[in-house]
Ligand binder design. Structure first.
Ligand code: C2E
Ligand code: MG
Ligand code: MG
Ligand code: MG
Length: 288
């Protein structure tokens, strides 16, 4: 296992990190990688759907699709952990393709069940590594062709790390995704390290304000200042905004008053199984 850890460190160029990791962790990660590979092949992954609501009306406008993995022993794995393992091992490519396909299958099912056509959108996360290694626009095009869905049903969430890793490549990919009719959102905004100039150069529609600035902001002036600054930046650039981590009614009200467009968080709902999410669409609303 020691040898394995060193070899992987060289391949992924993260020797510093691995040097300090003890073998137990390396072994656990290797175990998880094997298990995750099997889970993807055996269809053990599923998506949970968390509503994103219009802050002023409380209406559900879209859902974020979030990967979930319960293994054969009934253990639930944290997405933060298994997505990191998927990124390091390259499994993010099949996992990411599966997520887009599964989100599309859910939309098709919801459309078929709806009495009145519902144009609810689905937001899917794309990781930086996945964008480097896979041709996402053709993958999405194939999903649209086979499902009959139009591209405007999808929002794609990217993080700033995607821009740092490959600024030119990412610009081409983003334009190709926009050409399919999708909405593009910058996820976890405010936590990355990239040059802000990218904001006006890239076709970004929505800034998602990271949860770390939102949670607890009512008792923290600095957080309010950061949120205000992000909101005015977005407004100046003609972008909409989504606040993550909206856990209370007061937060929803305050963010609406500050001019934030959408909210997502436990106040509206936790990530839900598909049926519960669809019930929310049908009821048409959420608490306001
Ligand atoms: P994210 O894209 O920023 O997703 C939002 C995360 O915040 C989710 O965590 C969600 O459950 C959590 N959350 C939502 N509202 C609240 C709230 O009010 N309070 C608190 N404390 N947390 C809230 P989750 O599901 O554990 O996912 C973690 C991360 O894993 C996601 O962060 C995303 O970066 C990644 N991820 C999940 N599924 C996928 C996927 O299919 N592909 C990729 N590339 N990444 C994924
Ligand atoms: Mg996201
Ligand atoms: Mg986020
Ligand atoms: Mg996040």
């Amino acid at each position: 296992h020691a040898q394995f850890a060193v070899k992987r460190a060289k391949v992924s160029g993260r020797a510093e990190l691995y040097q300090f990791q003890d073998f137990a962790i390396a072994r656990a990660q290797f175990g998880m990688e094997t298990e995750l590979r099997r889970a993807i092949d055996n269809g053990e992954l599923r998506l949970a759907y968390q509503p994103i609501c219009d802050l002023s009306s409380g209406r559900v406008v879209s859902f974020e699709a979030l990967a979930r993995w319960t293994d054969r022993d009934g253990r639930e794995h944290s997405p933060t952990n298994f997505i990191a393992v998927a990124e390091e091992s390259g499994l993010i490519v099949p996992l990411g393709r599966w997520a887009i396909e599964e989100a599309a299958r859910t939309l098709v099912r919801w459309d078929a069940a709806a009495l009145t056509p519902c144009k609810i959108r689905m937001a899917v996360n794309l990781s930086a590594i996945q964008l480097q290694r896979d041709a996402i626009a053709p993958v999405l095009q194939a999903v649209l062709d086979s499902s009959g869905l139009s591209g405007d049903r999808f929002t794609l969430e990217l993080t700033e790390s995607a821009i740092v890793t490959d600024p030119d490549g990412i610009a081409d990919t983003m334009h190709a995704l926009k050409a399919l009719g999708t909405t593009l959102a910058m996820d976890d905004f405010g936590t990355g390290y990239s040059n802000l100039a990218y904001l006006q150069k890239l076709p970004i529609d929505i800034l998602k304000i990271d949860r770390s600035f939102v949670t607890g902001m009512l008792a923290d002036r600095d957080k309010v200042s950061i949120v205000r600054a992000i909101l005015s930046l977005a407004q100046a650039l003609g972008m909409r905004t989504t606040a993550e981590g909206v856990e209370t009614h007061e937060l929803a009200q305050t963010l609406a008053a500050l001019g934030c467009t959408y909210g997502q968080g436990y106040f509206y709902a936790r990530p839900l199984e598909a049926d519960a999410a669809y019930a929310m669409v049908q009821s048409g609303s959420a608490p306001s």
